[in-house]
Write a new protein. Structure first.
Length: 182
């Protein structure tokens, strides 16, 4: 089913999303990859505040290429999500409700998603140039020294993603092969 959602991604909105839904996201989302996640965990352990409030937010696992003249951002394809698995449960406990990436997630992340009413979306790998056209604003808000892995605040319009794992733990990576076999 196709659905359009605006951010912030509240738990009420998350509860209406099902594995397999085609979603178009409009609003503010944030980017963070491995290095940014590691630094956020370090700052939390030091008692510091995170660069943005996680509550009702979406993190896109993205390290964009440099933008060309006239572009807001360069190619914006997803990175492999499992690299963030050791950090995700902590961020979910802090109120993160959505993650965008590619590939499977660990059992620990899925259990944390169920516990915290969160969702995992997949963006199409290899379509970074097309996905970048949905990004209307991009601003580095933290960890500029990390280059492409800095945390960015993005404003997106109709960013196409697929709900892969919903807040009940239904997992398209598990159910789709079974349906295909039938």
């Amino acid at each position: 089913m196709e659905k359009k959602i605006d951010t912030p991604l509240t738990k009420e909105k998350v509860q209406n999303l099902r594995a397999g839904d085609y979603i178009y996201i409009t609003g503010t989302i944030y980017t963070a990859r491995d290095a940014a996640h590691k630094r956020m965990m370090e700052e939390l352990s030091e008692g510091k505040e995170l660069p943005f409030d996680m509550r009702n937010q979406i993190i896109y696992y993205l390290g964009p290429t440099p933008n060309r003249e006239g572009q807001v951002i360069g190619s914006a394809g997803p990175t492999t999500s499992s690299r963030m698995d050791k950090y995700s449960p902590t961020l979910l406990d802090l109120g993160l409700t959505g993650m965008i990436g590619k590939g499977k997630r660990s059992k620990e992340v899925i259990e944390s998603m169920k516990k915290n009413t969160a969702v995992y979306f997949a963006a199409v790998g290899g379509a970074g140039a097309l996905l970048s056209q949905c990004i209307k604003k991009s601003e580095v808000i933290a960890y500029d020294d990390l280059g492409t892995e800095a945390i960015r605040k993005l404003y997106v319009e109709n960013l196409p993603v697929i709900t892969v794992i919903d807040c009940e733990g239904n997992n398209l990576y598990e159910t789709a092969p079974e349906k295909y076999k039938q």
